[in-house]
Design a protein around this ligand. Structure first.
Ligand code: ZN
Length: 273
């Protein structure tokens, strides 16, 4: 039986080739791959840019509040450099990490320094960055625990990591409904399952083990519209509306449970070195 790569806890099979940790709740693929996500051709622009602009602004607002201003930023999984561009417009000095050569090339063309290897092997300057952003990347990595240790090393003391990650509690539930055929009539496939599927508890374990403190987790606002084209016949506008209504419901649950229940489709996590 494989042990959890984050807390070394024992695991149980959870269907779909996933193993679930008894300790921290991480659900991960028993057979891993390492690489970039493959989306339908032509929608990358929507995924990386349009739908995320508001999320990038929210991230930078929060970081500027926590750090009392802009500084040196490392965007891990920077894709074509869209977050870095938004950050540069606000006075940040940004650098990226991106293992997909085509995407990394775009960020370089836009004028950013990009490390084209996994973050823990990138040879980053130690204690050099004020902030690191990690948007939906830990789920795809070969070793999130090594990556988070590499980011910890690269941050200045007091530096902040800002993570957006899919919420496994939400997506594994959706996947069970999907397998039961609930979404078939709509042609929708809303569940997002990756190498690593994090619950709030497993994200806390991941960060705590690397030495981070002051970990805070919130439900994330959804991306606008349907950038991943998972809504099928529901279309972009209606899927966008459903996602927003669901987010409001998740927030209501979070407040009603005094911050204990996270039902959102994605989570925002911040922690300090
Ligand atoms: Zn675990």
């Amino acid at each position: 039986m494989k042990h959890c790569p984050i807390c070394r806890g024992e695991t149980d099979p959870a269907g779909d080739g996933l193993l679930k940790c008894r300790g921290c709740g991480l659900a991960f693929k028993g057979e891993k791959y390492f690489g970039s996500p493959v989306y339908q051709p032509g929608i990358e622009g929507d995924i990386y840019t349009g739908a995320k602009k508001e999320l990038f602004d929210a991230a930078l607002d929060r970081l500027q509040g926590l750090l009392r201003g802009p500084g040196r930023l490392l965007d891990v999984g920077c894709a074509g450099g869209d977050l870095l561009k938004t950050a540069a417009g606000r006075g940040w000095q940004g650098e990226g990490v991106e293992i997909d050569p085509a995407l990394a090339g775009k960020a370089v063309e836009a004028g950013f320094k990009v490390y084209m290897s996994p973050v823990e092997a990138a040879g980053l300057e130690a204690a050099a960055y004020d902030a690191a952003t990690v948007f939906e990347v830990f789920c795809l990595m070969g070793s999130p625990a090594e990556a988070v240790a590499g980011i910890y090393k690269a941050l200045k003391p007091g530096g902040v990591i800002y993570i957006r990650e899919f919420n496994a509690a939400f997506h594994l539930t959706l996947r069970r409904l999907e397998l039961a055929g609930v979404f078939k009539p709509l042609g929708a496939s809303p569940a997002v399952i990756h190498n690593f599927n994090f619950s709030p508890r497993s994200l806390r374990a991941l960060l705590g083990r690397a030495g981070f403190r002051e970990t805070q987790i919130r439900n994330s606002r959804p991306t606008s519209g349907d950038p991943y084209r998972t809504g099928g016949r529901l279309g972009g506008l209606f899927t966008g509306l459903l996602k927003f209504l669901y987010y409001r419901l998740a927030q209501a649950l979070w407040y009603a449970s005094f911050g204990r229940v996270y039902a959102g489709s994605s989570l925002i996590v911040t922690a300090r070195k």
